[in-house]
Ligand binder design. Structure first.
Ligand code: ATP
Ligand code: MG
Length: 145
């Protein structure tokens, strides 16, 4: 049913749950798994262990943290028995990077967290999951955690 699954990673618990779900689906359907992560200031704050969000970070720190987030996701997927077919570290708007990755890999499913690292607790969907769901031409799964 699914042959090419894109999973979007931002380093949040929600994205971790999305990754676990995507790995389960990839195994069930024998699908290719494609990981995508777009390093941002907020993803860096978590990855390098700062407890406040508005710590200034350099582009080099953002890139380094992005690699760490991706390496952890690759290791997790591999542990779960579904090593990723490939991975992409984006350099632009996260939603655009996810949509581009889906197009490039002819994805039939995009798996994301319903929310991510954002702190507006009242929102049902985050801005990235919302934009991807609106813009995707394939099915999208927003995973609750
Ligand atoms: P907001 O960012 O709008 O304040 P939020 O962080 O709670 O809210 P989103 O950013 O929409 O919510 O995150 C929802 C999901 O989108 C994440 O669980 C993840 O799967 C994906 N995502 C978010 N940011 C990125 C990113 N930088 N790179 C890859 N995937 C991302
Ligand atoms: Mg976010």
């Amino acid at each position: 049913m699914y042959k090419s699954i894109v999973v979007a990673i931002d380093g949040s618990d929600a994205a971790q749950k999305a990754l676990e779900t995507a790995c389960g689906l990839a195994k069930t359907f024998d699908a290719e798994l494609h990981l995508v992560h777009s390093p941002q200031v907020e993803t860096t704050s978590i990855s390098v262990g700062y407890t406040v969000v508005d710590v200034p970070v350099s582009p080099a720190q953002i890139a380094e943290a992005g690699k760490a987030v991706m390496e952890a996701a690759i290791a997790k997927a591999t542990d779960l028995g579904t090593p990723p077919h490939d991975h992409t570290i984006g350099s632009g708007d996260p939603a655009d990077d996810i949509l581009d990755c889906a197009k490039l890999n002819d994805a039939d499913l995009i798996v994301m967290g319903r929310r991510g690292l954002g702190s507006v607790a009242s929102l049902f969907l985050g801005s990235v999951s919302q934009k991807v769901s609106r813009g995707a031409s394939c099915s999208c799964l927003t995973v609750a955690h």
